[in-house]
Design a protein around this ligand. Structure first.
Ligand SMILES: Nc1nc2c(ncn2[C@@H]2O[C@H](COP(=O)(O)O)[C@@H](O)[C@H]2O)c(=O)[nH]1
Ligand SMILES: [Mg+2]
Length: 524
């Protein structure tokens, strides 16, 4: 049989540009170059990373059970039980203003560009009144007043908070608690459902309803192991639940057990504390029944000897993990997770771990971004912005004309003012038209919050965190299996305004000035 030749087709038209309407194929995107040959260990978070949930089912369960706690335990009005959870209403990256009863979306400069009070959209004036001062004073939009929806698990919190705030406003006198207390109660109800087994027992009973199986998961993990890297699991879920979920993900008919896929397994890790506090104690966990025994971690022996007595643990901290993986510093380790703060921001900032963020929303985001209609709308907005910039420039020139010459005659001044008034009206109408089109554009991504990675035309706060802290990001963990484990991930060129000089307003002003007969006004 002739040997197949490996060839590299660099002339493929598909390589040149993204075609008209482009369906996402599982690309992993790179913010910061990463040479996989330098990576000795690859670790995975479990929930919403290895285990992808049917978020509609999971969140609805979590919200329904939490509502029951709010009403039956915390004595909120029983009418709230009729609230129907809408899993598509809120998105990750939003911020809860506990004091005001609002949920807001910020751009990367921390301007609030969209806000809801309960389910009522706040006007621009209302937003500015409440938040501009916080933005201008460099405010953090952080705890204790604010809470960020960092994970999918937090979306029911937002919906329940919105529902109770709305109910309080619509039924004066029925809920005595202020907005802050309502948030605390919602948070503790959801928290309770995660801790007391109400959610997990149901998931364990009917995993098929809540967990999405992906047949390429186990081959991807095996491929990584075959590449010679240590593979580890680091999850906040406790042993019993981890065992239930991982056993379900481990396809029926597979040889061996799911724990064979990993070199080290740490459950109940209490991230982010695991990444910050080197004194947190470690326990050995018996995979047969989940019983725990104290251990000091690798001490006075090699990691191999230590792990030969068992590789399942609970708790501990990053020093235990680094010792077990025999890595001398965090940069030799890639961690894959879905939680922008615990799995990505904290791991990278504190320990220098290389990071990959799982963003299930990316599939919809990219499919919409490269959809024909979205593209043509984007081009139309670009053209409208160019025209608006022309008018902007004309207004600037007219304003300049008024102050440039001390000896301007009253007739000339009146003429300029007349022109200016017309131009300002044009400018206002152009801004409004752009605003309407931008709303329409964002509506293509999400009916209330728009594009996840943008706020208006700027990057959203979520996008900024992804860009700053996730070396890589993709929609699902199994995309790792689509490429070689030796991949050299290279980042694209960063673009600053001067890299796109022709788009800068001043470039336009100066270029136009250099044209012969440049000014309508001066020529008159
Ligand atoms: N006690 C609470 N546990 C929560 C809450 N939201 C999520 N969770 C649990 O955390 C882990 C996440 O595991 P990881 O694999 O992503 O590290 C999972 O067991 C969730 O049930 C909460 O509000 N309170
Ligand atoms: Mg997770």
């Amino acid at each position: 049989m002739p040997r197949a030749t490996l060839s590299y087709n660099s002339a493929s038209p598909l390589l040149k540009s993204v075609p008209g309407s482009y369906p996402y194929r599982g690309e992993i995107l790179c913010n910061r170059a990463l040479n996989m040959s330098k990576i000795k260990a690859v670790g995975f978070d479990m929930d919403y990373t290895l285990a992808m949930y049917n978020s509609e089912q999971f969140e609805t369960l979590s919200a329904t059970l939490a509502l029951e706690k709010l009403v039956n335990v915390l004595r909120y009005p029983k009418e709230l039980l009729s609230v129907q959870y809408d899993h598509s209403y809120f998105i990750r990256g939003l911020v809860v203003d506990k004091e005001r009863g609002n949920i807001i979306k910020l751009d990367r400069h921390k301007y609030v560009k969209r806000a809801l009070h309960g389910f009522k959209v706040l006007s621009k004036e209302e937003r500015t009144d409440i938040y501009d001062q916080i933005t201008k004073s460099g405010g953090g939009f952080a705890e204790p007043r604010f809470a960020v929806l960092d994970a999918m698990f937090a979306l029911p919190d937002a919906f329940l908070f919105g529902s109770v705030v709305q109910y309080k406003d619509d039924h004066p006198g029925e809920i005595a608690q202020d907005y802050k207390q309502i948030y605390r109660d919602v948070r503790s109800s959801v928290d309770m459902c995660h801790r007391d087994g109400s959610i997990k027992d149901l998931v364990a009973k009917e995993p098929k309803r809540f967990i999405l199986r992906d047949p390429s998961l186990i081959p991807m993990l095996r491929k990584l192991k075959r590449s010679g890297r240590k593979v580890f699991l680091l999850t906040n879920s406790l042993w019993n639940y981890t065992d239930t979920v991982m056993s379900y993900l481990y396809e029926e008919g597979e040889n061996g057990r799911w724990i064979d896929l990993f070199d080290v397994i740490i459950t109940g890790s209490a991230k982010p504390a695991f990444l910050l506090n080197p004194r947190l104690p470690l326990f050995r966990c018996d995979p047969a029944d989940g019983t725990l025994r104290n251990t000091e971690g690798v001490y006075g022996e090699s990691a191999e000897e230590y792990l030969s007595r068992g590789k399942c643990f609970q708790g501990g901290n990053y020093t235990h993990l680094h010792d077990m993986l025999s890595v001398s510093n965090g940069t030799q380790l890639l961690y894959v997770g879905d939680h922008i703060y615990s799995d990505v921001l904290r791991t990278k900032r504190t320990l220098g771990w290389r990071t990959m963020l799982i963003v299930p929303e990316l599939e919809h985001e990219i499919n919409t971004l490269y959809d024909e209609k979205t593209r043509s709308l984007r081009e139309e907005i670009e053209e409208m912005r160019d025209k608006r910039n022309d008018i902007d420039e004309w207004v600037d020139r007219l304003e300049g004309e008024l102050v440039s010459d001390e000896n301007v005659t009253p007739a000339r001044s009146a003429h300029v003012r007349q022109e200016l008034s017309t131009a300002r009206k044009e400018l206002q109408s152009s801004r409004e038209q752009i605003g309407t089109r931008v709303e329409e554009y964002h509506g293509r991504f999400h009916r209330i919050w728009g594009q996840l990675f943008k706020t208006g035309m700027q990057n959203s706060r979520f996008a900024e965190q992804v860009e700053n802290y996730a070396c890589l990001y993709t929609s699902r963990v199994t995309n790792i299996g689509l490429v070689s484990p030796e991949m050299y991930w290279r980042a694209m060129n960063d673009l600053m305004p001067h890299d796109r000089l022709s788009k800068s307003p001043m470039y336009r002003v100066l270029s136009r000035r250099a044209e012969p007969g440049c000014s309508k006004f001066v020529d008159e």
